[in-house]
Design a protein around this ligand. Structure first.
Ligand code: UTP
Length: 242
């Protein structure tokens, strides 16, 4: 009897990696973190899975925006400086994966349509920002939508979404699960200022709401948490149901 090997086509998975994860003060040992991220990539490619990674601007974005702010104030122009920094960080991750022979797109796409097309041929596509008025969280959710992914993982530098800023309010309560409308109440809907940080960008939350994309918000400093979420296991963080 002849058996036909069927390959089940799953949509690519999408991960937003906050640029803060590359900041010296955020990651005790960035070398170790990057090494674990590399191992995770090997695991994903070994299982023939596909992953789009959208990386934030972190320190170079903040430095560039602060410098430019001294002589200009147009938020779109400042955002372009931030976008350039996200692409720098994307190139770092891309080249790390290329060096170990991963099947990574050799370009950093500038829009999510191109990224989604590249994911048809590569196991990994790494990108940064696309346009002013948003952050890379919004790029990741848009990419999830374009790839027909049901979920977008937002790896940031806090453990959960809290009801208020845990750095300012010690009694802030973390959510394990919440609805997208509850998240909208926390983030609001205002465009963020260039270089501003928030647990999730309101633009991203709005796209997730309209496109029915769930968000898994977790502490990206711990690569095992990212891995658990990508493997569909229970993860430590906040599941936002859309
Ligand atoms: P991010 O805000 O995405 O990077 O982009 P981040 O702050 O390092 O990520 P988190 O906070 O750790 O999650 C940095 C800046 O780049 C511009 C914005 O000015 C943003 O503040 N940007 C980024 C855009 O204008 N458009 C994009 O699509 C992405």
């Amino acid at each position: 009897m002849l058996y036909i090997k069927r390959q089940i086509m799953r949509p690519p998975q999408i991960l937003a990696l906050g640029g803060s994860l590359l900041r010296p003060e955020e990651s005790e040992n960035r070398q170790l973190w990057l090494g674990k991220l590399r191992q995770l990539a090997v695991h994903i490619e070994g299982n023939s899975r596909k992953l789009g990674i959208v990386i934030g601007g972190g320190l170079p974005a903040r430095e560039g925006i602060e410098l430019a702010k001294n002589v200009m104030s147009n938020p779109d122009c400042l955002d372009e400086v931030g976008i350039a920094a996200t692409r720098l960080n994307a190139t770092i991750i891309q080249q790390i994966l290329i060096e170990i022979g991963c099947n990574v797109a050799p370009v950093i796409p500038h829009d999510t349509n191109s990224a989604s097309e590249l994911l048809a041929n590569y196991n990994f596509v790494i990108m940064g920002g696309t346009k002013p008025g948003q952050t890379t969280d919004a790029v990741a959710v848009t990419l999830a939508r374009d790839c027909s992914a049901a979920e977008c993982i937002i790896a940031t530098n806090v453990s959960h979404v809290y009801d208020k800023d845990p750095n300012t309010f010690p009694d802030a309560k973390p959510f394990t699960e919440m609805s997208i409308d509850e998240l909208i109440e926390i983030t609001g809907t205002e465009r963020m200022a260039p270089g501003q940080s928030a647990v999730v960008d309101p633009v991203a939350v709005n796209i997730a709401s309209v496109s029915n994309i769930n968000l898994a918000v977790l502490d990206g400093r711990k690569v095992d948490l990212i891995e658990a979420a990508l493997d569909g296991e229970e993860f430590y963080g906040t599941l936002v149901r859309s």
